[in-house]
Design a protein around this ligand. Structure first.
Ligand code: SF4
Length: 81
């Protein structure tokens, strides 16, 4: 799994993240800022999520594309199989 966090205080609502990784990010309809899609949220938090490794590429793309540099992802967990 990959942990992703958004520092929403710094989000400028540019849309790069939900454009490059719409599976994980959405524009929050209430404040227009980036949020984690509900199914991937940790404890219901809009700014913190846990995503399957298959989304690593698009998460990295979103992290790199964010002009405000407010998206952080952790490396995937080591595989034990
Ligand atoms: S790319 Fe960054 S600044 Fe732009 S909407 Fe996403 S989190 Fe906000």
């Amino acid at each position: 799994m990959i942990i992703v966090k958004i520092d929403r205080d710094g989000c400028i609502s540019c849309g790069e993240c939900w454009g490059s990784c719409p599976e994980l990010f959405i524009e929050d309809p209430e404040d227009g800022l980036s949020s984690i899609r509900e199914r991937y949220r940790i404890a219901g938090k809009v700014d913190e999520g846990s995503a399957p490794d298959q989304f690593e590429a698009c998460l990295k793309e979103a992290e790199e594309a964010c002009p405000a540099e407010v998206i952080r992802i952790s490396p995937p967990s080591p595989s034990f199989d």
